[in-house]
Design a protein around this ligand. Structure first.
Ligand code: NAD
Ligand code: UGA
Length: 468
């Protein structure tokens, strides 16, 4: 017999904790869900009309259940005390200093959340690792809980990695390909897994809720991200061959994707992948491989990140050589700053790196993104630690409120994010052409434009993965 969960606490009200637990509350009216965070401003935003993250469909879900069975709070102690099950959904960034700097995951937030649970809990808890963590982190959590917990409080630890993608989080959570639950293969471990499986069972078909051992579950999350990112680096590596040979990368992806063993998804060539997780999780895997004395394995995965960096450099080089080998004083209209469409998230966005390169070439840059806040763009572009870099930045960079304004007087338009509103069926490219310097260039880093149509208007169009 396993426990029926009626109260859930989620520690960490971020991109994962917020949407994931809001959907649990929405799908399970009999469960009370409290999402807690140390960041008061973030919790205030979750309790307001302006949610702290933009995600299609999220507003509706939150508004339907907030105040009924979904609560946002900074009272971490009470939420832990009352819960049967606690998700740990805190950030696990790449370490910035010390051993494993630049590769290993910083598990400081996971540890402090775990210690918090041990300190406060007075009854049995199921503790669920939702954050993406290195293999065997559950073991460390267990040691912390067992050596600090109060007598009478027993802890079962589960791994339940999250596979949602930003921009489609609600869709992914409503209909996940699978839900993964890792547990110890003991009676208590299996019972805890069954309790969590029941929660998902309220809307996810049972055969898609899979259980396995803890370490497989932890590693599967890193493996999934590594394999997805590897496909993008593979197609980007092929895009370079296409540009040099006259093959068209979209045609190549289409042709190979029809092979049912390969499949069509995640084969879109681009300026390079961004987002908070792909690079971080692969570097984590590289570090894990190195710690396990597997240098060849580490090197293999490191190349996925290296190819991604190379793609951004190559794209920049292509822009410089097309613009007659100098960007000095030229105006570049950068369309899109988010790391993908339908999100305001800019973490590791390719646009940040590209703009850094353009600045080094003394270009003038005008940026437009439909969802990213202006303050976020300044924050991302300023060099950390450089006093008053923003003043220098503002001499070179402007942020505009439309694509038209960004393109005014520009020598080139550079598509960095695949927002639907940048498509040639949505934007009036004739109007854009009229206001640009000639020859007017477009660099399509996302392959969203109809090259022939734009060439007819007069543009010089350069696309990733197509020969010049
Ligand atoms: P985030 O930075 O948006 O949110 C984490 C939150 O945890 C922050 O608001 C922070 O204030 C809070 N926090 C940290 N320590 C705390 C503590 N001790 N007590 C209370 N609150 C605390 O991060 P995120 O994007 O939601 O990612 C969380 C985890 O999920 C990471 O491990 C990430 O790798 C993983 N993940 C992210 C995504 C994604 O799409 N962003 C998808 C799958 C998995
Ligand atoms: C990714 C995974 O898809 C999720 O399953 C995972 O849960 C998540 O990481 C995570 O662990 O954080 P996310 O980064 O939100 O999700 O978005 P993706 O759709 O995977 O896109 C990542 C980057 O790759 C974006 O910059 C996107 O533009 C780029 N991309 C994606 C391509 O360049 N080509 C493609 O074919 C697909």
């Amino acid at each position: 017999p396993h426990k029926r969960v009626t109260k859930i606490c989620c520690i960490g009200a971020g991109y994962v904790g917020g949407p994931t637990c809001a959907v649990i509350a929405y799908k399970c009216p009999h469960i009370t869900v409290t999402i807690v965070d140390l960041n008061q401003a973030r919790i205030d935003a979750w309790n307001s009309d302006e949610l702290p993250i933009y995600e299609p469909g999220l507003d509706e879900v939150v508004k339907a259940v907030r105040g009924k069975n979904l609560f946002f709070s900074t009272d971490v102690d009470t939420a832990i005390k009352e819960a049967d099950l606690i998700f740990v959904s805190v950030n696990t960034p790449t370490k910035k200093s010390g051993v494993g700097k630049g590769f290993a995951a910083d598990l400081g937030y996971v540890e402090s959340a775990t210690r918090h649970i041990a300190k406060v809990a007075v009854s049995d808890k199921i503790v669920v690792e939702k954050s993406t963590v290195p293999c065997r982190t559950a073991q460390s959590m267990r040691k912390i809980l067992d050596s600090n917990g109060k007598p009478g409080a027993r802890f079962d630890i589960l791994s339940n990695p999250e596979f949602l993608a930003e921009g489609t989080a609600i869709r992914d959570l409503f209909a996940p390909d699978r839900v993964l639950i890792g547990s110890l293969d003991t009676a208590n471990g299996r019972a805890a897994a069954a309790s969590l499986a029941d929660v998902y069972g309220n809307w996810v078909p049972r055969k898609q809720v899979i259980t396995m051992n803890l370490w497989s579950s932890e590693l599967s999350k890193l493996a999934a991200n590594a394999l997805l990112a590897q496909r993008i680096s593979s197609i980007n590596a092929l895009s370079a061959i296409c540009e040099a040979t006259g093959a068209d990368v979209d045609e190549v992806s289409y042709a190979v994707g029809l092979d049912s063993r390969i499949g069509p998804k995640f084969l879109k060539a681009s300026v390079g992948f961004g987002g908070s997780c792909f690079q971080k999780d692969i570097l984590n895997l590289v570090y894990l491989s190195e710690s396990l004395h597997l240098p060849d394995v580490a090197e293999y995965w490191r190349q996925v990140v290296e190819m991604n960096e190379s793609q951004k450099r190559r794209f920049t080089q292509h822009i410089i050589s097309s613009l007659f080998n100098t960007l000095t004083g030229k105006r570049l209209a950068v369309l899109g700053f988010a790391f993908k469409k339908d999100t305001g998230d800019t973490r590791e966005s390719a646009a940040i790196t590209l703009i850094k390169y353009f600045r080094q070439e003394q270009a003038k840059i005008a940026i437009y993104d439909p969802k990213v806040e202006e303050s976020q763009i300044w924050y991302d572009l300023a060099e950390p630690g450089v006093v008053d870099d923003v003043t220098a930045l503002k001499k070179q960079v402007t942020i505009t409120s439309s694509a038209y304004e960004a393109a005014e007087g520009a020598d080139a338009v550079v598509i960095c994010t695949e927002w639907d509103e940048f498509r040639d069926t949505k934007l009036d490219y004739e109007k854009i052409y009229a206001t640009m310097n000639k020859p007017a260039f477009i660099f399509d880093g996302r392959l969203i434009l109809n090259q022939k149509k734009l060439e007819k208007i007069g543009f010089k169009v350069e696309c990733i993965g197509r020969s010049r």
